[in-house]
Design a protein around this ligand. Structure first.
Ligand code: GLP
Length: 246
């Protein structure tokens, strides 16, 4: 695992954005694995700004999202489908037909997970962007998720519901369930970038970078087994690390 510590959120976003751009420039038909949450917003802004300047063409890319709340519907302003449109797809001119995300209104959850696994198989990801939860979750894989899980439906932990309630009017409005790629699905990407910003993530980053055991109690730990994973953090998220490589 490679570690990059940058001075600020903006620098972190720029460096991560340039890695995504390099992937798209190397292959205009690249498959991008994308994440939601507040962390990747700066990266997405960087891509949109770059497109405005240089006209980078995204019409050939395919975008595959990590996870989605269950039951909100794609037009709900807190659904991840809505988030992606607002923060990235509109700005890059990416059409709905180029994007994949779990259907949170699917009638049969098990079938929906199988459908999504088939999508992942059809479109092997060249790069996967990840954030990290303060408890070490990646996508919605909460502590205890077996590492061999593919797409599945999960009950969110109280901690995640509390963390994510800042985006809703009240904690009661946060969905209790979600769909998510599993750890095994995430590991299937050729390259992975995991981003974290701010001191609230410092403990999780310390465990990710310096932890000694790889167990499902800390889902992000599995990334240490990936052959091409880069941890990109700002100073706040790196604040508990013993050694920092820049
Ligand atoms: C959510 C998402 C994760 C994300 C995490 C951290 O739970 N499902 O994919 O990484 O939140 O979010 P943030 O970047 O806002 O801290």
């Amino acid at each position: 695992m490679k570690l990059l510590v940058l001075d600020s959120y903006e620098e972190m976003s720029r460096v991560a954005g340039e890695a995504v751009l390099a992937t798209v420039k190397a292959n205009p038909h690249a498959v991008l694995g994308l994440a939601t949450g507040s962390t990747p917003i700066g990266l997405y802004e960087h891509l949109i700004e770059e497109k405005k300047k240089n006209g980078t063409d995204y019409t050939g890319v395919t975008c595959i999202n990590l996870d989605e709340y269950a039951g909100l519907g794609e037009d709900h302003d807190q659904s991840y489908a809505y988030f992606m449109k607002k923060h990235l797809f509109l700005g890059l001119g990416i059409e709905k037909g180029q994007t994949y995300i779990e259907n949170d209104l699917a009638e049969n959850g098990e079938e929906e997970c199988l459908r999504y696994d088939a999508v992942l198989e059809k479109y092997p990801r060249d790069i996967q962007i990840l954030g990290i939860g303060s408890n070490g979750h990646i996508a919605f894989n909460e502590p205890g998720t077996p590492f061999d899980k593919t797409t599945h439906r999960v009950a969110l932990t109280e901690g995640t519901i509390r963390d994510n309630s800042r985006f809703f009017r009240s904690v009661d409005e946060v969905p209790k369930y979600a769909y998510t790629m599993g750890p095994k699905s995430i590991m299937g990407s050729k390259k992975i970038l995991i981003l974290a910003s701010g001191e609230g993530k410092a403990k999780a980053i310390q465990e990710l970078v310096e932890g000694t055991e790889i167990t499902p109690d800390f889902p992000a730990g599995i990334l240490r087994n990936h052959p091409d994973c880069t941890v990109i953090v700002d100073k706040g998220a790196a604040s508990l690390l013993q050694e920092r490589c820049v």
